[in-house]
Design a protein around this ligand. Structure first.
Ligand SMILES: Cc1cc2nc3c(=O)[nH]c(=O)nc-3n(C[C@H](O)[C@H](O)[C@H](O)COP(=O)(O)OP(=O)(O)OC[C@H]3O[C@@H](n4cnc5c(N)ncnc54)[C@H](O)[C@@H]3O)c2cc1C
Ligand code: SF4
Length: 331
């Protein structure tokens, strides 16, 4: 690891001031992703601005009846929060499906959203990679891509976004609160990450120096049930091959509300808008769910070794929706 500067501000405005104008500076939160990438030589910051002492570690109710999650709330504390467990099971389940207990104790809300891809070539500085070194190529297309994207990828990059939390927050229509040199602003979680196109190194829509201060989750939609499911190579401590976050309401046998987001399939949480539009007002049964999810997955462009993700994601999402519908009827 090469030498770097280290500062630990206690005021968010000061943290932003320290980072602005230093393209080679990075915010450091739990460090569980950034420090790993520094050890690998993928990240080479000249300055770390440690945000862990900023007053951003609380979960508080919002005026509208939702929750504001401070950027530094750990994944473990958020999953265990009784308000989250009661009103947003999809969020709690997604967090508990990620990493390990030790990692969840360090990993923060903002750091989890901005963690980098797990593509093997991205993590190996001896290999070319358009995301790490723009214009060098994408060996994953012809190489090892079993874990990589079937939706939203480009010729330049087929990396997936690894966060489970981001998938749940996208289903909840959560909003990221940011502080930049020009003041605060907000961004829907669904707009936080970019698809790669021909600029895969631009992964998110934060402006230079912007700090995530919180994520605001709106109040639960009445009568909805929610859940998160994840398929991975091992029962724990593994990233998603495919995952699904669903929030469903059914009245008189028909779907009245649906948010469906697929994870592990795309460079960002994949909000299944086509499936959602098809299902509103439709019968809440397996045939409708299957047709809608298949319509969504018609956009999939799998490669040699990752085509299995398409039926895997279909079955996962359909089973999730069937189970939520059955649970709703049993209430
Ligand atoms: C073995 C292993 C298994 C894992 N399994 C999973 C899994 O199954 N699912 C999953 O979702 N994750 C998994 N993770 C990833 C883990 O959840 C992330 O490393 C963690 O959430 C990152 O949070 P952090 O606070 O440590 O971020 P850091 O490593 O400190 O930072 C990550 C990035 O976010 C930026 N950042 C941090 N805070 C802010 C802020 N407030 N504003 C702006 N930028 C900021 C940093 O500059 C950096 O670029 C795993 C990690 C490991 C090592
Ligand atoms: S998929 Fe993206 S991250 Fe992986 S090698 Fe290709 S350009 Fe790099």
């Amino acid at each position: 690891m090469r030498e770097f500067g280290y500062l630990r501000p206690t005021d968010p405005v000061e943290a932003v001031r320290l980072l602005v104008g230093s393209p080679e500076a990075r915010y450091l939160a739990g460090g569980t992703n950034l420090v790993d990438l520094m050890k690998l030589g993928v990240e080479r910051p000249r300055l770390l601005v440690d945000v862990s002492r900023l007053p951003l570690g609380d979960v508080t109710p919002t005026d509208g009846g939702g929750l504001r999650i401070g950027a530094l709330v750990t994944n473990a504390d958020l999953a265990a929060d009784p308000r989250v467990r009661a009103a947003y099971p999809v969020l709690s389940q997604a967090l508990l499906a990620g990493a390990s207990g030790q990692l969840r104790n360090r990993a923060t809300t903002a750091g989890n959203l901005l963690q980098r891809t797990r593509c093997l070539y991205f993590q190996d500085t001896a290999k070319p990679c358009n995301k790490r070194s723009p214009g060098t190529g994408c060996p994953a297309r012809e190489g090892v891509h079993r874990d990589l994207a079937v939706l939203g990828a480009s010729e330049q990059c087929i990396a997936t976004h690894p966060s489970d939390l981001a998938v749940a927050l996208a289903a909840l229509d959560a909003v990221v609160e940011l502080l930049g040199p020009d003041g605060p602003r907000t961004l829907p979680v669904t707009d936080l990450h970019r698809l790669p196109g021909d600029r895969p190194h631009e992964e998110h829509r934060l402006l230079p120096g912007e700090l995530i201060t919180a994520v605001a989750v709106p109040p639960p939609v009445p009568e909805t049930l929610s859940a998160y499911r994840k398929v991975r190579d091992r029962a724990s401590y593994a990233f998603a091959l495919a995952s699904a976050a669903g929030i469903l309401a059914v009245r008189a046998g028909r779907v009245t509300h649906l948010a469906l987001v697929l994870g592990g399939l795309a460079p960002k949480p994949w909000r299944a808008r086509a499936a959602e539009q098809r299902l509103i007002g439709a019968p809440a049964d397996e045939a409708s769910f299957t047709a809608a999810v298949e319509a969504e997955l018609a956009a999939a462009r799998p490669l040699r070794d990752n085509a299995y993700k398409v039926p895997l994601a279909r079955n996962l999402a359909v089973r999730l929706l069937c189970d939520l519908a059955a649970k709703g009827q049993a209430r």
